[in-house]
Every structure is written in structure tokens, then in C-alpha cells.
Design a protein around this ligand. Sequence first.
Ligand code: HPA
Ligand code: ZN
Length: 328
Amino acid sequence: MSVSDLPKIELHLHLEGAAPPDFIRRIADEKKRRLHGVFAEDGSYSYRDFNHFLRVYEEATSVLTTPQDYARLVTAVCEELAEHGVVYAETFLSPDFCGGGDVAAWREYLAAMTEAADGAEAKLGVTLRGIVTAIRHFGPERSKAPAICAAETQGRFLRGFGLAGDELQFAPKDFLWAFDCAREAGLHITAHAGEWGGARSVRDTLEALNPERIGHGVQAIEDPELVDILAERGTVLEVCPGSNVFLGVFRTWPKHPVERLREKGVKVTISTDDPPFFHTNMSREYVLLNEHFGWDEEIFKEVNRTALDAAFCDEETRAAVAKRLEGE
Ligand code: HPA
Ligand code: ZN
């Protein structure tokens, strides 16, 4: 049995970033929209570096303009997840892209996405849940609307609130209003840190926002004391090795710290981030973790149990997913 056949849990997946390029092209064609500088000649996404990636991401996303477009996207993404044996995933959703931060519009987008996710669950056996993210480079003032959208619509499907985008802009504490708003509404909390901003960014994020999970967090490896703190607190890292290597956060797979963090007792989980942008998928991540760090079935099972414990879903969902993880 190949490790790529194991059932998987993925906690860090940007919904628009998971859109297959053919899907975006099809919608653009239907709407007679011309996209500039999004695709390479071979049809894949094209960009130069992380900041350019964020701009290309927003340009590709601009063709998605209705709740129906987002429902179709959820279906397409769940099909990809099922293909790679993912039984449970959490995806980042941005009210900024879904109705411009307006609560009434957001409700329509969310209803369409929830219906599509429920349909995919019945058909494909993939359970999807949502985490609203504010977009850091849009600034603290604009983080309030997504937080209100999340607080107003939290429930069975919408489980968490987080922060994505350019980590080098602003400080975590600048987003406290949004995080407090979401937390008070009962949402779980995660935030991107330590992908680009170093160990300092992880420390600042822990201190200011006290998240249950951190998106990436891998640059914590530069600070041994911080690694111990993460292990003691039980903060879960949403590690995306293929994304990090593709973007050059670490030059090669052997240099990636995921195994060193795991050995130090940090709770690591595995995700793809924006799979078609980074030419990856969950099967490939598992194969490369096996190849470079010798992760076997036992370790993958332990990592997936960590992910299930850290999932933001309700307990009924967690119990149902546990059975699927066990292959029942
Ligand atoms: N990192 C940070 N922000 C993002 C990403 C990412 O990979 N994808 C979409 N927004
Ligand atoms: Zn991310």
C-alpha cells in the first residue's frame, strides 16, 4: 500500500487557491472575461513570487462573482479532495470576495457553498467546513466586515475565523477587534504566521491573538525556545511543505523543518495551501514526506489524529470523520 492511499485530513486550504485553472478559464469564457497575466502557456497559473501570487490570485478570483460560481467552485474542489483520499477538509473563505463584506450578500454565498458542500459529502464522502479569513494586506479597518460576517453566520458549516494574505503588512495586534468579535461569537481561531515573518511573527501572533492553530508557523524553527512554547501550549501548526518549498521559504524538501518540529513535540498537520498554484496535492505531499522523512503509515495516522482533534467541526462531525479515518 502506498502512503498516498491513506485517508487524509486537510486543515489549510484557500478555496479560490484550490480552483483548478481549467475551472477559472471555463467561468471566464462563460462570462466573456479576459484574464490578464494569470496563466502560463501550458495553462497552469503563472506568477513570479509570493506578492505577485497574491495579485494573480485576486485576478483569477475576480471571475467568481455570484453565489452560484462559488457553489460550483466548492463542488470542483471537493472532487479534487476526494480524488486524493481527503475525508475532511477546512477551507478559507473570504467575504471580501463573496459580496464585498456585506452580510446579506455573504449569507447568500455561504448558503450556496454550504449546499454544495452537503451535496459533495453525500456523493463523495468528503466533509467540508469553512473558516472566514480577513485579508491582512487589505488592512485592519477592512478586517471588521469579514469578522462580522463570520460572527453572524457561524454554525454547523462555518466554524472559524483567521487571517491570510501578506504577513509582512501590519501587526497581529492591529486585527484584535476582528478576532475578538469572532471569538465572542464562538468561532475557533487560526492565523497565518511564520511563513514569511520569521519566528518573531509567530511569537507576536501567539501573544496578540492566542490562536488554537497557526497557519504555517514553520519559521518558528529559528527560535528553539519558541518551539518548546508551541509544544507546551499544544498549538497546532497547519504545515504546507509543498507550498513552502515551491515558494522558496525553504530551498528543498530535506531542509523543511516539519520533521524537526514533530520530533520536538510540536503538533504538526499537513495541508496543501493553494494546490494548483503550487503544483501539489495531498497525495504528492504524503509521497514526498515518506520519501524525504521516512513518514510511514503509523506517523501519517498520528498526524491525521492530531488534525482531527484540532478540527474546528462539532463533535458529531468529528465522530463521523473518525470512523472514515479508520477506514470504516
Ligand atoms: N498565504 C497567504 N495568504 C494567502 C495564501 C497563502 O498561501 N493564499 C491565499 N491567500
Ligand atoms: Zn495559506
